[in-house]
Design a protein around this ligand. Structure first.
Ligand code: BGC
Ligand code: NOJ
Length: 813
């Protein structure tokens, strides 16, 4: 069954029925203010921090799904419906939802009335705009009511959903005309409030949920809407909401619109009130004045489109022929993959329909990796992010695993000890320097753990990162794993027997022995870039030290990291092998096969290819590559969380999409274009539209996990949107398969293509210059570049234009 289609020219995904296999959402907002918005108008919004400054309430894990949103109700002479179908679910004559870049448009029509709801966050403002265009398509005059509805969150989403003994007494609002102000806790330490306003006079309002819904009614049966009568309620405690009622009459063919603004406003701490207990409204009035007319809204929407068009024009693929694979690749790489990279950069792993927005902060490792898919879009923001991340590093090179987006402070509750973390900073920084040529960033003074007086150049932070791994080695000379490495669930020092104890923060058995072969792979992967940076800065001693550490690490991997058919995964707290053919379960893991291949380890002696063949043979499925096999059937004290998941889910042999691109990149490194592409294609959303009923999550973005072969629901995806898969697949497709990769001195063009791709063109902005790169593969190669010319002149090595557009022709052969 089809639920929609890609509209590539408009850069939209068009959903044609509301009852999608799971809510299919979009993100509104690009910098400080964000909204999650589903295809049935569900979701919520927040300012900067989804936990601490949440404007509207959402009910996770509700039945029915997706409860809470920006809802608009029509009461057409007793016929009550929503243009977004939910929550009333009254059948619609027409429904369509178009998710675009930073905006969504839902159209619902019934009995001759068509309503188009456009939702977006204007660039530079801290508000959602919701415009409802109402059109009388019938031949009769129509008179009906339009109701709005949002439910306010009492700011801290965690308290909001738990601390009812307090919450039920603190809710406060003010109402002025069609502007409803939510000011809970403003009387004390908050100097911010929310406003929900409309651009026309209302015929009634409500601000108290119970008055509006009725105590025993759900969102699908609001008493006020059913009776077509607002109560004029002013919330005092309980649950503050914002609802307007408008009486609208339309002649046949006539249209009108109502514009709603749902915004966040702040006052200076010493200018909070305009009269005792009356909030100062200037910031809200200034905001509302910007969105009073359709022209203003259209202009803001246009500005948003231009914003995205400019951003995406920095990297565009033009598939040469009508190869249907390349059409799908381009819709991913040109639109949705880059878009998802922006979203993961902004959200980290905080707020999605699977991440509640109250849990995790910015991950040190996650954010460093998210950078990889984002850095070409807005390098200035990537720069700032790198410096923020580095400032949470400890003096010894280790790192807080997470930091809070508002304070930028390391999160003490989760703490440190994930021994892969430090290395990702090197990988993120190298990607930034290669993209921008901004070597100056390495001299930026950055503190350790935000402690004043400890500032050192960013390069010093990288030294400590590299040094941390190089000096924290176990009995086999391999890196100690600590709490966990990239795989948060491989907890080799945890030994937890207490229900509910966190596997990530508990170490009941600090073995000082458990080692990670994956960290060795990450170390060897980032070492060449790190060494290059040392060299170019003339740091000879560091260079020599690093080269020595690399030699030692390679030796350790050769002697203790190879299992005969693939790379081992780890050694546990007793020094026993994990990810070996000798193991009963968990014989082979995907991560080291990918990373060692990416690092080029074993490329010269056949081990890398052998490992990749083992991956294909033992871990591959129709829906992607599983994390390991055989799945763990029982809980194992020495392995931790990985063995808590039922077989086939999450890290226990799920298809954990994040590291599928590692394998694809390793295949490119080995020159096997067909297989690299097969790995890419199996998890790429645009290729999965036909199995969407099985896959369930949005067909335009990656999900973190697809159930593996051992699971009853093999092929079903979960955790869409906030996953490192977005960044890594962008790196894979853009830099390795299509093969256009920034180097320290310029662009490197080295494609690795599946059979049958005859050529393509990529336009890419690089260090301020537009490169128009034409790849000619009439020779039908998978890998191999015969010649490169820039503006007609033959070149070898990395390409750098000395200014002006660069026409690059690459002939494979
Ligand atoms: C999940 C991981 C996640 C970790 C940290 C685990 O339960 O399986 O994917 O990274 O929690 O929050
Ligand atoms: C999700 C986490 O955000 C990420 O940091 C981790 O690497 C993966 N899970 C694998 O455990």
């Amino acid at each position: 069954m089809s639920y929609g289609y890609f509209d590539d020219t408009k850069r939209e995904y068009c959903i044609q029925r509301p009852d999608t296999p799971y809510p299919w959402i979009n993100y509104l907002g690009s910098q400080d203010f964000f909204g999650l918005f589903s295809n049935t108008a569900g979701g919520y919004c927040f300012y900067r921090d989804a936990r601490l400054l949440r404007l509207t309430r959402y009910r996770y894990n509700n039945a029915p799904a997706d409860a809470g949103g920006r809802y608009f109700y029509i009461n057409d002479n007793g016929d009550v419906w929503n243009p977004s179908w939910q929550p009333c679910k009254t059948p619609l004559d027409k429904y369509e939802c178009r998710h675009g870049l930073g905006y969504s448009v839902i159209t619902g029509a019934r009995a001759g009335l068509s309503v188009t709801h456009t939702a977006f966050v204007p660039v530079g403002d801290t508000a959602e705009i919701h415009r409802l265009k109402l059109h009388n398509e019938s031949s009769e005059k129509k008179a009906f009511s339009l109701f709005s509805f949002v439910e306010f969150c009492l700011w801290n989403a965690m308290d909001d959903s738990t601390n009812f003994q307090r919450n039920f007494s603190i809710g406060e609002v003010e109402v002025h005309g069609s502007a409803i102000y939510h000011k809970t806790e403003y009387r004390e330490r908050r100097n911010h409030y929310a406003v929900f306003a409309a651009n026309r006079e209302n015929n009634g309002f409500d601000t108290d949920r119970e008055s509006f819904l009725g105590l025993y009614n759900g969102f699908d049966k609001p008493q006020a809407v059913l009776e077509d009568k607002s109560r004029g309620s002013v919330a005092s405690g309980w649950a503050p909401i914002g609802s307007h009622r408008f009486e609208i009459a339309l002649e046949p063919g006539e249209s009108t619109s109502v514009i709603f603004v749902l915004g966040y406003c702040e006052n200076p701490a010493n200018q909070k009130f305009e009269a005792p207990d009356v909030i100062r409204k200037e910031p809200a009035l200034a905001l509302l004045a910007k969105y009073q007319t359709d022209e203003q809204v259209d202009a803001a929407l246009q500005a948003l489109r231009t914003h995205w068009k400019d951003l995406l024009s920095r990297w565009q693929l033009f598939p040469g022929d009508e190869d249907p694979r390349m059409v799908k690749v381009s819709r991913m790489v040109n639109i949705w993959n880059q878009y998802q990279c922006m979203v993961t950069f902004n959200m980290s792993r905080s707020a999605s329909y699977f991440e509640s927005g109250i849990g995790r902060g910015m991950g040190f490792r996650d954010s460093s990796q998210d950078l990889l898919g984002f850095v070409h879009l807005i390098p200035e923001r990537a720069r700032e992010r790198i410096l923020d991340i580095a400032a949470t590093q400890f003096k010894d090179g280790s790192a807080y695993h997470q930091y809070q987006p508002l304070t930028k402070k390391g999160n003490a509750e989760v703490g440190t000890g994930f021994n892969d973390d430090p290395l990702w900073l090197i990988i993120g920084t190298a990607a930034y320097v290669k993209e921008t040529g901004d070597w100056g960033i390495l001299d930026e003074a950055v503190p350790f753990d935000l402690e004043e007086g400890t500032e050192a150049p960013l390069m010093e932070h990288l030294h400590r990162s590299f040094g941390y791994t190089a000096t924290h080695l176990g009995p086999h000379g391999l890196p100690l794993i600590g709490r966990a490495d990239w795989n948060d669930c491989l907890n080799l020092n945890c030994f937890s027997e207490t229900p509910g104890e966190s596997f990530q923060t508990t170490a009941n058995f600090e073995s000082g022995v458990a080692e990670s072969v994956l960290i060795a792979g990450i170390f060897l992967y980032c070492a060449p870039d790190y060494i290059e940076m040392c060299k170019r800065r003339g740091e000879t001693e560091k260079t020599a030290q690093a080269e020595q550490a690399v030699r030692a690490m390679k030796e350790a991997v050769d002697n203790h990291g190879w299992d005969g058919g693939w790379f081992l995964r780890a050694y546990d707290a007793y020094g026993k092998k994990i990810g070996s053919h000798e193991c009963e379960e968990g014989q082979i893991f995907i991560e080291p096969q990918g990373f060692m291949g990416m690092a080029g380890i074993g490329m010269d002696d056949g081990r890398a290819v052998k490992a990749l063949d083992s991956v294909k043979e033992r871990l591959d499925t129709d829906y992607g590559i599983m994390l390991q096999q055989p799945a763990y059937r029982t809980y194992r004290l020495n392995l931790g969380e990985i063995s808590t998941y039922p077989p086939g889910y999450k890290e226990n042999a799920g298809i954990f999409c994040h590291n599928n691109p590692w394998v694809s990149i390793a295949e490119c490194t080995a020159g096997r274009g067909d297989r690299a592409f097969e790995v890419y294609r199996k998890i790429a959303p645009a290729f999965l539209e036909d199995i969407v009923q099985l896959h369930r999550t949005e067909p335009y973005v990656y999900s973190q996990m697809i159930a593996g072969r051992d699971a009853a629901r093999h092929g079903e995806a979960k955790n869409s949107w906030l996953t490192g898969t977005a960044a890594w697949t962008f790196v894979n497709i853009s830099q390795h398969i299509l093969g256009i990769r920034p180097g320290f001195d310029g662009l490197i063009v080295d494609p690795c293509l599946p059979s049958g791709v005859k050529g393509y063109k990529v336009e890419r902005l690089f260090r301020g210059v537009r490169y128009i790169i034409t790849v000619d593969n009439t020779a039908g190669m998978q890998k191999g570049v015969k010649s490169v010319t820039v503006n007609g002149k033959p070149v070898s090595g990395e390409i750098l234009s000395d200014g002006g557009d660069a026409e690059v022709t690459v002939v494979m052969g």
